[in-house]
Every structure is written in C-alpha cells, then in structure tokens.
Ligand binder design. Structure first.
Ligand code: ATP
Length: 356
C-alpha cells in the first residue's frame, strides 16, 4: 500500500478558497478521515487527490512520485463514491470485474479474482444478480468490491455510507473497518458524520472553511480539542462552551452568571482575561447546592433510550448535561453542576484556540 503526501494543496473557485494550503502525510495502511461541516472542502480535497480536479496550487505525491498532473485513470487509486455508480445492465460479477477487463486481464484471471473479492465481501451468492436486485448495502459492497479488485495503492472514499439507513450504515461501517484491518489498506475517507470518523479512523483531519483545524487520533481530537470549532463539532451534544473569566488574584476561574469559582490550578500571574470554558455534557455532574459548581435551570429533558440529555440555561447561556437514564431532572428544576478539573477546557474567546 502507498503513502500520500499533500504539500500546500490549494483550490480556489473564483473568489472562494475551497481548500487552503493543506499539508498532510497519509501513512501506509492509515485510515485517514476528512471530517467537517458541509462546504468545508472535504470533497474538493479528495477530488484533487483522486485527480478529478486540478489544484490551484500545491502538489500531491503518491509514495515518492509527484502525481499532481497525472490523469485520474493513471493514478494507482480506487475511488468509492456515495452513489454506487454501478452499471445497471451488468451482473454483479461483471461490475466487479469491470476494471480488470479494462486492463485486459484474461477471462480466467478475472473470474478467479472476482470470486476471491466477492468472497471477502460476502457477495458470492449474489454475483449473478443485477444491481437493481440488490439492497443499498449490497450495492455499496459491490462498489467496494469493484474498488478492491484492482489492488490499488490506496482507497479514496467520499461519503460511501450516506445513502444507507442507520442499521446498514452501522454494519457496513464495521465491514469497511474490518476490511481495512485485514488488507492493511491506505484509506482516505470523507464524511461529515462524526460517528463514522470516531469509529473508523486511525487519524481524523478536521477541516473548517478549507483550512486544517486539527489532526489527531479520535481520542486526541475528542479529549483535547485544539479549538472551539473542534470542541463544538465533536460530541453529541457537542462540548458546552461558557463565557468565563480568570479571576485576577488567584487560582480560580469564575463562570460568569454562575456566581462561582472553580479551582483550576491556573497560576496567579495569569492576567485577568475572558476565556471560553469548555466542558462535555457527559462530564458534568450534579452536586449539592452548597458545593462549588455552576447554577442553572433545566429547560427540557430528552430521552435517548439508555441516556438522557438535560438542556439547561445558565444565566443567558445554554448548557447540556448527559447521563444515564433517569437523570431525575424535570423542566424547571434548579441544577447545581460540577466537573473534575481535568475535564475542563479553556479557549481564547477571540481566536478560539486552546489555552489549557
Ligand atoms: P459537503 O459535505 O456538503 O459535500 P464539502 O466539505 O465536501 O461539503 P466541497 O464540496 O469540497 O465541501 O466544497 C467546498 C467549497 O467549495 C464550498 O464553498 C463549495 O460551494 C465550493 N465549491 C465546490 N465545488 C465548486 C465548483 N465546482 N464551483 C464553485 N465552487 C465550488
């Protein structure tokens, strides 16, 4: 499998910079997920790697070779899109074998390879069918098989699961992860779905407005977001962000409108400054009214099945608390919340960058 290097990759469309100076190395066998909201530039970045779109600036290297200007069909990369793009008049077997026919493999060689790949993806029983006789999940597996059959240097996938219903998405997700582990394949995978990113990625690349916000393992980006953008994108509900300030004389952080100091181990010479205080909904705990904490009022409680989310107001700000059901909270209840210091995150309210 191959390594991919992106060096200052940039794409402008008129006045819009869709991808802005991306530097990134994708290691051999890595499952790299490009994650971000709609319009952040994920697909544009993937299309440039695939050779379907020319960069305005920068280079793409596959192993040591500069492939920036190589046509897509000459790149040793297989692409899987959200629309399966199967040939409707061809059987599953012929769809899977299509790239090999284009490469002029012999009939016997194609048959053997198709059988092998169909077995890997649990499609052996279905090879005689036409795409319209398959479920959405089966069609996506055929599309994966067609990518796999070429033994490419790397796989590029653009939201391959987004046409599947929730249950199929989950099983196909597990299938792609398993395939990645078995093959040791290099994968670059685009999604806006954080569950897909968290469960499949070896590393996640968070993009915002064409720029790289953070790169890290799923644990790193979730546990230590480098910006309020990342903190507010990951998690369900995402991290709470409250207006706070470091008090001038000490070791404490005062949450505005909460009338409370939280010991944070901030050094005394930290100048007084406003900060954004981040705390994940699952890290908030109810505490007794006389203990240090954040005072709020419950607005609504959502039942998620095994858990509940209480939506609260703290002064003029909102905050969510998530925990095992039942939380024992109801609309109108006063709450008094606390969190362990290691679960508190501080950000610069202007730039949004992490402070501590
Ligand atoms: P989504 O999740 O909605 O697919 P994305 O993160 O993949 O979004 P891109 O499709 O890469 O985002 O688009 C990035 C930006 O570039 C957007 O502002 C989009 O409007 C713009 N853009 C993409 N393709 C073109 C094009 N062919 N012409 C003009 N602008 C484009």
């Amino acid at each position: 499998m191959s390594r991919i290097h992106l060096q200052g990759l940039t794409r402008r469309f008129g006045g819009v910079t869709a991808v802005d100076d991306i530097w990134l190395d994708v290691a051999d066998g890595e499952f790299l997920v490009l994650l971000g909201p709609s319009g952040c530039g994920k697909s544009t970045l993937l299309r440039m790697i695939a050779g379907l779109l020319a960069p305005t600036d920068g280079r793409v290297l596959l192993d040591e070779a500069d492939i920036t200007h190589l046509p897509a069909r000459e790149r040793d990369l297989a692409i899987v899109f959200q629309s399966y793009a199967l040939y409707p008049h061809l059987s599953v077997a012929r769809n899977i074998g299509f790239p090999l026919r284009a490469r002029r493999w012999s009939r016997d060689e194609i048959q053997a390879k198709v059988a092998e790949v169909a077995a890997v993806l649990d499609l052996s029983e279905l090879v005689a069918r036409k795409p319209k006789e398959l479920s959405g999940g089966q069609r996506q597996r055929v599309a994966l098989a067609r990518a796999l059959v070429r033994d490419p240097g790397a796989f590029l996938m653009d939201e391959p699961l987004s046409n599947l219903d929730a249950k199929l998405r989950s099983s196909t997700r597990a299938e792609i992860s398993g395939l990645h582990r078995r093959l040791g394949a290099t994968v670059v995978y685009v999604t806006h779905d954080q569950v897909e990113a968290m469960t499949m990625a070896t590393r996640i690349v968070l993009l915002d407005k064409g720029r790289l916000e953070q790169v890290g393992t799923p644990e790193e980006v979730y546990d230590r977001p480098e910006s309020t953008f990342v903190a507010g994108f990951l998690g369900s509900p995402p991290m709470n962000l409250l207006t706070a300030e470091v008090v001038p004389d000490g070791d404490a952080l005062r949450v505005r409108a909460a009338d409370l100091d939280l010991p944070l181990g901030i050094t005394a010479d930290t100048p007084p400054r406003p900060v954004a205080l981040g705390v994940r909904p699952e890290h908030l705990r109810l505490t007794t009214p006389d203990a240090a904490g954040i005072r709020g009022v419950v607005r609504t409680v959502e039942n998620l099945g095994s858990e509940e989310v209480a939506h609260c107001v703290v002064g003029d700000e909102r905050l969510c608390l998530r925990g095992a059901r039942p939380l024992g909270l109801h609309a109108g209840d006063p709450v008094h919340l606390t969190a362990a210091p290691e679960n508190l995150h501080l950000f610069d309210p202007g730039s949004g960058r992490r402070l501590a």
